[in-house]
Design a protein around this ligand. Structure first.
Ligand code: PGA
Length: 254
């Protein structure tokens, strides 16, 4: 398999942080990660801290982004935040379809597809999260579940929309737990996702697949070495500067 030039490391802060915490955390990350130019590093912050992320991280090798977006461009949608607003702060990437949103806010696959399209329209990178829950894994229907999540986007917009995007395989049972999925489970699913999307791509617009779910400094290198895995998406580890650094440091040496 062809070796990618840059591995991807994405942090999802979820609903954590404060002005004071971020000030320290972003500045420490800036200092500690500045030599990792062979990595594509992005931190997804809560909306109110976009300006702060932009202010502190501009000019560094760390990109920033968000964890959700409205599917509509603008209008009377109380509480929503549009792609153009997020783009105003020079965000690079937006997470869509995270299982925590799907479960708590009943997000449909159609909604997710429209959001994905909106992010592409604004020249940002959509990071689509897919994955099965424990019952689905135990019933052996994980590929069917992931296929349904991806197929809605394929059916609505065609496979080319995936060019330059990132898909995160995040088995729901591994998120916030003690252990990541096994290399074998991850490799099989990444391969399945690549085949399903199946685009004719060049190096610049291919679809990248990352793994998420209990990524930490101990397992990150092993996870990134799995065939078909282009990087990692981490939740808890993105809030700890040293853990974040150790993860980048390990992966940068692969
Ligand atoms: P975790 O979360 O790394 O804390 O397991 C991952 C995620 O939800 O993206």
């Amino acid at each position: 398999m062809k070796k990618k030039s840059k591995k991807i490391v994405i942090g999802n802060m979820k609903m954590h942080g404060s002005l004071a915490f971020n000030e320290d955390h972003f500045k420490n990350l800036l200092q500690k990660l500045n030599t990792f130019n062979n990595l594509e590093i992005t931190l997804c912050v809560p909306y109110p801290y976009l300006f702060q992320a932009q202010k502190i991280l501009t000019g560094s090798n760390i990109n920033w982004g968000c964890q959700n977006v409205a599917k509509e461009p603008e209008g009377p949608y109380t509480g929503e935040v549009s792609a153009s607003m997020i783009k105003d702060f020079q965000s690079k990437l937006i997470i869509v379809g995270h299982s925590e949103r799907n479960t708590a806010y009943c997000e449909s696959d159609e909604n997710i597809a429209e959001k994905f399209n909106m992010i592409k329209k604004h020249n940002m990178t959509p990071l689509l999260c897919v994955g099965e829950n424990l019952n689905e894994r135990e019933a052996g229907i994980m590929e069917k579940v992931v296929a349904e999540q991806i197929k809605t986007i394929l059916d609505m917009y065609g496979s080319d929309i995936f060019k330059g995007s990132i898909v995160a395989y995040e088995p729901i049972w591994a998120i916030g737990s003690d252990s990541a999925a096994s290399p074998n489970q991850i490799e099989k699913m990444c391969d399945f996702i690549k085949q399903l999307i199946n685009i004719n791509s060049t190096d610049n617009d291919e679809v990248n697949i990352v793994y998420g779910g209990s990524v930490n400094a101990k397992n990150a290198v092993q996870l990134c070495e799995i065939n078909g895995v282009d990087g990692v998406l981490m939740g808890r580890s993105s809030l700890n500067t040293n853990e974040f650094y150790e993860i980048c440091n390990g992966i940068s040496k692969i």
